[in-house]
Design a protein around this ligand. Sequence first.
Ligand code: GDP
Ligand code: IMO
Ligand code: MG
Length: 428
Amino acid sequence: MSNLVILGAQWGDEGKGKITDFLAKKADYVVRYQGGDNAGHTVELGEQQYKLHLVPSGILNPGKPCVIGNGVVVNPASLVREIKYLNDLGVSTDSLIISDRAHIIFPYHIEIDRLEEEDRGDLKIGTTIKGIGPCYRDKIERSGIRMCDFENRSSFEKTLRHNIRKKNDLIVKYYGCDPLDEDSMVKEYMSHMESVYRYVTDTNVVMRDALKKEAKILFEGAQGTLLDIDYGTYPFVTSSHPTTCGISAGAGVNPYRLEKALGVVKAYTTRVGKGPFVTELDNEIGDWIRERGHEYGTTTGRARRCGWLDMVMLNYSAEINGFSSIALTKLDTLSDLEILKICVAYKLDGEIINYFPASLETLSRCEPIYIELDGWKLDDVVKAKTYNQLPKNARLYVEKIEELLGLPADIVSVGPKRGETFTRKELF
Ligand code: GDP
Ligand code: IMO
Ligand code: MG
């Protein structure tokens, strides 16, 4: 098997970055295919923490070709910053490759994201204000600007000026705000584009050649299944497909070549932003998990909402994505709790259901039905050098999830570092 897809099974922040970095040593390519710098993937190597937003997490393996596919929306200012951040930490970005078909995020997308959020009032989505939704909207309505457009500098500038004027019209007339400064934006973004354009190429050709030579490709998802524009808790979602279906559209690889999908599952559930959350712990246990698990957003620093593991949601996620197995992360975080709960079904208007409702109004009426498991001690987790050395109750927790999901946990992660990872079956 030569291709492996890594996907978030919940609402993002499952530890995709850590798992991608862990598996990247065996891959020939690491490919991002959707989202933008709304993603925040943290990887820890030794004492150093790396926070990645656009650059694939394979970059910490020197020389590894890392592809930003056509389905990603790229803010060149943010990419320039991230490249500098990595280079300053001694990480080379020479192996970065950006699709010429990727759409570009400009400051007007960010400003409109911010204004729309304000305008929504109580119906606020809680976006990262990175301009993601407005940029994908332009792509779909066919007014976006792509990386390849920079080949012809003068027509790029002309289209950019045209778009700025149109967006300023909206900003001034509808929102009653000051217009963005056209000349300074053009100057700044022409310069950022000059910096990133050296990485731009036709990544379809790169992928085609990789497939031809049976190279090993690792696809790194951003966000998570429940943030998918179609399958997630709409409208409290992102504007792309963080699910398997997004890969062929966003990476230039046909779906028949995608072989295995690894769902990254956090041992409990977290969510940033708004929207219903059936197993949410709006109490001292939730607060305890947040502190123990450092559950604060990598991109925005917001406190993540925390709750028990939800198998109704995970089974839904596994079906949509076709997971072949899972990587269970942050098992260590749950240590020292006396009792752990796992939601195995929902109760809706007195009836037991085990499907994930589309309507948020229905979902918010669902009550979790839990099973309880005994806890274990952190000291015993820290001592373990193999999966089998984990405390018995920790293994029972993992094995209960496997049973409820009908899938093996091929990877179990017990800390943020590469070494704190147990591989139970080689995936790649
Ligand atoms: P991503 O967006 O899915 O890549 O996840 P984030 O990086 O946003 O959030 C996961 C956080 O948990 C990061 O700070 C990781 O370093 C950390 N992490 C990943 N796996 C583990 C684990 O098994 N245990 C602990 N304690 N931390 C982990
Ligand atoms: P990673 O890749 C968690 C959430 C936002 C908001 C919704 C829409 O680190 O897992 P957007 O800015 O995308 O329009 O916001 O999606 N969101 C994430 N939540 N992890 C992420 O990425 C996220 N990216 C977006 O909080 O609720
Ligand atoms: Mg994250």
